[in-house]
Design a binder for this molecule. Structure first.
Ligand code: ATP
Length: 249
């Protein structure tokens, strides 16, 4: 059996003595989509930064695609990618130039062809020559998604992948990632505040609060456990300590 795409044990990270990530452990199966959820300040970004090798943990272990992330991150990084609407691309470079810079960092062969292909797929052809700083919020999101797909990652971290997209484009983008995943067997870790998206895309949900994982399960499991009709209500129950999970169900 292949190793899980992500295996995290007893991971901790503190900033100035305050625990941002407090002893979390979880596994993400290869080919699945997992949501990392939690309110503002719950520790999601800190966790993802450690999984990407951007931050060193204080303690605990992280295995990404079977490799120890702390010791061998350079083996792993070519096989993963991420997209976040909060990471700005250099403003003066055109969309094509930005994608070219990232493509070179990843050592993508036949880069022109790959960029043209992604531009076609993500409807960027008309804006390839435009400075990245002059794009609308939705266009920036689509460029960030194209950047995340340059190396055809086996593991993709998507932070708010449909932020600023209109409902039609957002729906299309969800379908795009679904199709990519079905075609390649890629694994996705998703951070989103859009609970309908989580319900539609995710096999597993990890709920974080104050640096800890306070609940976990499939969206269907959680709906049943909290006796709710949608994930938005489950999220509010957990965030506001409004209701304990229904242990009897
Ligand atoms: N570089 C840092 N220095 C000091 N404190 C930090 C740093 N990064 C994060 N924190 C703190 O760690 C905690 C977790 O923050 P984190 O950004 O991981 O939360 P989050 O779940 O991603 O929140 P949001 O949904 O608001 O982005 C917060 O209390 C935050 O203030």
């Amino acid at each position: 059996m292949s190793a899980p795409a992500l295996h995290v044990e007893n991971l901790c990270k503190a900033f100035a003595g305050q625990m941002a990530v407090d002893d979390i452990s979880f596994t993400v199966a290869t080919g699945s989509t997992t949501a990392l959820l939690g309110g503002n300040g719950a520790g999601k970004t800190t966790t993802i930064s450690m999984l990407l090798g951007l931050l060193l943990p204080d303690s605990g272990s992280i295995h990404v695609l079977g490799e120890d992330m702390v010791r061998h991150r350079y083996r792993v990084l070519p096989r993963v990618n991420f997209s976040s609407p909060y990471v700005e691309l250099p403003h003066r470079l055109s969309v094509a130039e930005n994608l070219t810079v990232y493509g070179h960092l990843y050592g993508i062969p036949d880069l022109r062809h790959r960029i043209a292909q992604l531009a076609e797929e993500l409807d960027l052809t008309d804006i390839l020559k435009r400075p990245s700083g002059k794009l609308s919020a939705g266009q920036k999101t689509r460029v960030a998604l194209a950047k995340s797909m340059l190396n055809q990652p086996e593991l993709l971290f998507l932070d708010e992948p449909t932020a600023s997209l209109d409902p039609d484009t957002a729906d299309w983008v969800r379908g795009y990632f679904r199709a990519y995943q079905q075609r390649t067997g890629a694994t996705i870790l998703l951070a989103s505040h859009n609970m309908a998206e989580v319900e539609r895309l995710c096999d597993q949900v990890l709920m974080m609060k104050q640096g800890r994982i306070v609940d976990t399960g499939s969206p269907a499991d959680l709906l049943l456990r909290y006796d709710r009709d949608d994930m938005e209500q489950v999220f509010l129950d957990i965030a506001r300590d409004r209701r304990q999970p229904n242990e009897d169900r």
